[in-house]
Design a protein around this ligand. Structure first.
Ligand code: FAD
Length: 327
């Protein structure tokens, strides 16, 4: 499948951009699940000003979506209409310690690198990032967290570019943070952030980071094609316990399976389509609802279009459930 060319239609090659425009670019390969259709247009800006210039020229009706390292994304098989923005290490990969306690990082910096830089500077509060496979942009959007810490705990302010192409500064209060959620418009792109740590012994931080990594190795299928936790933990409950109690550990549809190791992780066993994965997720939600009365919410972001003629209703009905098997 391919989408009509946006570059030609809107003269985007004639406005002096320094970044890279690629029409009908496959996005699946940069996501952890390795599934999904192309982006109508991929833009990789050279820096924040280049991104702002692009967005000022792009007609308001064209959808815009930032992606990071793709560790929390399920891109649907019908692809992503509009523009996908991906920030590269060249313009957005800076890491700088400022003063005694602050660290400024570009949105393309992997979380793991933030943890390492903070440890090097003797700043505590970032060890949990050693176990999260995303980048700073995704962490800011998702309020990524683990082991009792979250992005909002240390984030002080960030730079962002709005859909209209305005460069703005946002503070933690502006972010409307909740558990794995920010209220900021989904087409606002974060380009850089400042975090505040707590002075701490380097050895203590490194030990914490090692414990985080060791825990992941034992408890999560981190070498699989996965998107991390599929569903958010409901208040006072654990999504994995509900999935397990509903009999969905190891449940499989096509090439999509609920991990046997950590049953709130969906995995692409090799040949899954995005449709298999989404259908499996909705089947699990239906079974959990039936077993416990609790409606799980997706944590994974499902983006883009279903292929023509395909429908996946939320909380799939009985007939759909019959396609699921335990392998
Ligand atoms: C094995 C595994 C373990 C995981 N463990 C955890 C965990 O312990 N805790 C946790 O919180 N998450 C976890 N995750 C999920 C994921 O790593 C986090 O949500 C991460 O923050 C996503 O970052 P990303 O760069 O991959 O973003 P993506 O997956 O690419 O995008 C996620 C969201 O962020 C938005 N986004 C990305 N970049 C930007 C930007 N520059 N500006 C604005 N919005 C942006 C996207 O539009 C999308 O809505 C895990 C995932 C995997 C695969």
């Amino acid at each position: 499948m391919s989408f009509p060319d946006l570059v030609e239609a809107h003269g985007l090659d004639r406005i002096g951009l320094r970044g890279r425009l690629t029409a009908n670019q496959p996005v699946g390969p940069v996501t952890w699940f390795r599934v999904g259709g192309p982006a109508q247009l991929l833009f990789q800006p050279a820096d924040t000003e280049d991104l702002a210039l692009f967005l000022r020229h792009l007609p308001a009706g064209v959808p815009v979506l930032p992606i990071g390292l793709g560790s929390n994304l399920l891109v649907r098989d019908g692809g992503l209409p509009g523009v996908v923005i991906r920030l590269g290490a060249k313009g957005f990969g800076g890491v700088a310690v400022e003063g005694e306690t602050r660290i400024r990082v570009g949105a393309a910096v992997p979380d793991k690198r933030v943890a390492e830089a903070a440890a090097e500077a003797g700043l505590g509060g970032f060890a949990f990032y050693a176990g999260i496979p995303g980048g700073v942009g995704g962490a800011l959007r998702m309020n990524a967290g683990a082991h009792g810490s979250e992005t909002r705990d240390t984030m002080v302010e960030l730079t962002a570019v709005t859909r209209a192409g305005e460069i703005v500064r946002l503070t933690r209060e502006d972010m409307g943070y909740r558990y794995r959620h920010s209220e900021v418009a989904a087409d606002t792109i974060f380009t850089e952030a400042v975090f505040e740590g707590t002075p701490s012994e380097r050895e203590t931080i490194r030990a914490e980071m090692a414990a985080v990594v060791e825990h992941r190795e034992k408890a999560q299928p981190i070498r699989e094609k996965t998107g991390g936790s599929t569903f958010k933990n409901p208040p006072e409950n654990s999504a994995w316990k509900l999935v397990d109690a509903a009999g969905c550990r190891g449940l499989q549809i096509g090439g999509a399976r609920m991990s046997d190791m950590h049953c709130n992780f969906m995995i692409n066993t090799g040949e899954a389509s995005a449709e298999d994965l989404e259908r499996l997720g909705e089947t699990v939600r239906a079974r959990v609802l039936e077993a416990s009365g609790i409606a799980l919410e997706w944590e994974i972001k499902r983006l883009g279009l279903l292929p023509e003629g395909v429908e996946i209703a939320p909380f799939l009905g009985r007939n759909d459930k019959e396609t699921a098997v335990h392998g």
